[in-house]
Ligand binder design. Structure first.
Ligand code: DC
Length: 230
């Protein structure tokens, strides 16, 4: 049986940064499910599909195939045979992913792939619905969050470092809007699973978050030594 770690939480909480480090340290495969929704969003954008038009989006889902592969341990997202990993990190793709990820046709497309990956290897999977829907029996579930201003500040710093002109309050407004959409959609909304451990990283360093998640995983892996699950 593979060991499954689910990390869910809102945009900008640092899930992928943290998950990548923890997965490398624990020798797990890291699966970034947001990247899969982004690859689908890229297809919709490239093909001029309106994200609000559910019928058009659902129809387009039949024309696309998303898979993933690993290069030197780093996840690559493949859209209809093309590696699109370098093209999915824009705000435009992110908002299209958020706008379309509530549609059943979009979610169904990725659910089987995500579950298969989790059966094949020890995984650390991050997203919005991993603990609640994709892997409801995951060995460890973490809900990683941070307050919206803190998340906006992190994003602001990232963009500034890349030389992108941006405005902090505008970034925070976008984050709040994205949270609202992800949390209130009907299908697989973002929410903390009942058995997930809540981790608020607002006042924690990256290293502290990584260490805390590492400890939680160790406890679940060796229950006898660490007093975790039998
Ligand atoms: O984590 P991210 O910003 O790369 O995700 C982009 C969008 O994809 C996010 O706004 C909502 C959607 N998503 C989802 O619905 N379910 C997931 N498991 C992961 C992402």
């Amino acid at each position: 049986m593979s060991f499954q770690v689910a990390i869910d939480g809102p945009a900008g909480a640092g899930k992928s940064t943290v998950a990548k480090i923890v997965a490398a340290e624990k020798n797990f495969i890291y699966v970034d499910t947001g990247a899969m929704y982004r690859a689908m969003a890229l297809y919709f954008l490239r093909n001029g599909i309106d994200g609000k038009d559910e019928a058009a989006v659902s129809n387009a889902c039949r024309m696309l195939e998303v898979t993933i592969s690993y290069q030197d341990g780093v996840q690559q997202v493949i859209l209809n045979g093309e590696n699109v990993s370098g093209q999915i990190r824009t705000e435009e793709v992110g908002s299209m992913a958020s706008a379309t990820s509530g549609y059943p046709a979009v979610r169904e497309k990725l659910l089987m792939l995500q579950r298969r990956l989790a059966r094949e290897a020890d995984v650390l999977m991050d997203g919005r619905d991993i603990g609640t829907c994709v892997l409801p029996d995951a060995d460890v579930k973490i809900y990683l969050t941070a307050d919206s201003l803190e998340r906006a500040k992190r994003r602001y710093k990232e963009l500034k470092e890349k030389g992108v002109e941006c405005d902090l309050s505008e970034i925070e407004r976008d984050i709040i809007e994205r949270d609202q959409r992800d949390m209130t959609r009907e299908l697989s909304p973002l929410k903390q699973a009942e058995d997930a451990i809540l981790l608020d990283s607002s006042h924690m360093t990256l290293r502290e978050v990584v260490d805390e998640i590492g400890r939680i995983i160790d406890t679940a892996l060796s229950p006898a030594d660490a007093g975790g699950r039998p």
